[in-house]
Ligand binder design. Structure first.
Ligand code: MRU
Length: 364
């Protein structure tokens, strides 16, 4: 997608064919900076410290992390260690484990000398596949947007999203944002409610930045405004992403998604989840089985931002000594989900519909 008019992906292979370049998402929206990852340690840090984040992107970054590890040491032990460390970097998004398992399955039967080139090729293929999947989600979601827009002739369609399920969270296009970008390009009048998404504010810092770069009309809201806006009839459609959707259609996504789904249900607002198949975990039935990441209390007790003088600062917002709890994700039960926008079309959030759409995944 575009940054100051130039096309970018959120990570790419450097010119030397060895280093992996990422956009440092901790610097956005204040400055656009790239970093070069050259080792397994770099890849693990980039994922754990959220220089890269978003379920599909951490999957792609982990795949390249395996390639970086194999470049340094292509032994069985190194492959095993790389896979273990990468999977442990963040527990909730299944894309990470999925990508690492794919890499391990492919590389372990090879003789060591073949591993590094095979790993780079596989990581590149996985990144390209992510782009294709998201583009397809965009096409199916566009049909949905067209249908809802047709019920409001001459009026602007208000779409709400949560966190950042944009192109920064994927290799390109985004999941929840792919239909939005396609509808915007098609000339459908739309406006996006961007909820800030405390505590790390990926909505305020990343989704708002993306929308700005693309000229998509949008308004930033505090998370607590979402229900009120729905009661006012100001939300026509909600599209969010997912870190892990179970075989029965329970959706784990950024903390606060469940509250939006509840309010949507109460107000008759369609609540859709953009769910690429690598984010669907067919080994889990219930959302209660999903490991929920807890992060540092400091993300809750402090806020970071840029002062008017241009300095980056972190400030405490709660009393010293007050404990803070920081769950990163929550689970929206399938019954609150209007549909899953997958690369194979819009699928009901039920075991039957998911099994019919992805029969080959059931056999695994
Ligand atoms: O903690 P993050 O920023 O990695 O969480 C991101 C989300 O929850 C996204 O909604 C999800 O990963 C889907 S991204 C297409």
């Amino acid at each position: 997608m575009r940054v100051r008019g130039q096309d970018y992906r959120s990570l790419w292979l450097d010119e030397d064919g060895l280093g992996v370049v990422i956009i440092d998402q901790t610097a956005l929206p204040h400055s656009f900076e790239t970093r070069r990852l050259t080792s397994l340690d770099d890849a693990v840090t980039a994922i754990a410290d959220m220089w890269v984040r978003g379920a599909p992107l951490i999957g792609a970054a982990a795949a390249y992390g395996v390639a970086l590890a194999m470049q340094a040491d292509d032994s069985d032990a190194a492959l095993h260690e790389a896979c273990e460390r990468l999977v442990a970097a963040r527990p909730t998004a299944v894309n990470l484990a999925w990508a690492v398992e794919e890499m391990h399955r492919l590389l372990s039967p090879l003789i060591p000398i073949e591993r590094a080139p095979a790993a780079y090729a596989a990581a590149a293929a996985l990144a390209d596949e992510d782009v294709a999947i998201n583009a397809a989600i965009g096409d199916h979601g566009l049909e949905l947007i067209r249908a809802i827009a047709a019920t409001k002739p001459g009026q602007t369609l208000n779409i709400m999203t949560h966190c950042n399920a944009g192109w920064l969270a994927t290799v390109d296009w985004g999941t929840a944002t792919a239909p939005i970008y396609k509808a915007h390009e098609e000339g459908i009048a739309l406006h996006v409610w961007v909820s800030e998404t405390r505590p790390r504010n990926q909505g305020a810092s990343l989704t708002a930045w993306e929308m700005n770069e693309h000229g998509v009309p949008h308004t930033l809201i505090v998370d607590n405004s979402a229900g009120h806006l729905m009661q006012l009839g100001q939300v026509d459609l909600i599209i969010v992403g997912t870190d892990r959707t179970t075989a029965c259609g329970d959706v784990c996504n950024k903390i606060g998604t469940y509250l939006k789904a509840l309010a949507a249900h109460d107000n008759g607002v369609p609540f859709y989840v953009a769910a690429p198949s690598p984010s669907i975990d067919f080994t889990m039935q219930s959302g209660r089985e999903i490991p929920i990441e807890t992060r540092s209390a400091r993300e809750v007790t402090h806020m970071a931002g840029r002062t008017d003088a241009g300095a980056m600062e972190s400030v405490r917002i709660s009393p010293e000594g007050t404990a803070a709890l920081n769950y990163g994700f929550d689970v929206t039960p399938a019954r609150l989900v209007s549909g899953l926008i997958t690369e194979r079309g819009v699928v009901a959030a039920t075991a039957e519909a998911l099994a019919a759409a992805f029969p080959e995944r059931l056999a695994l």
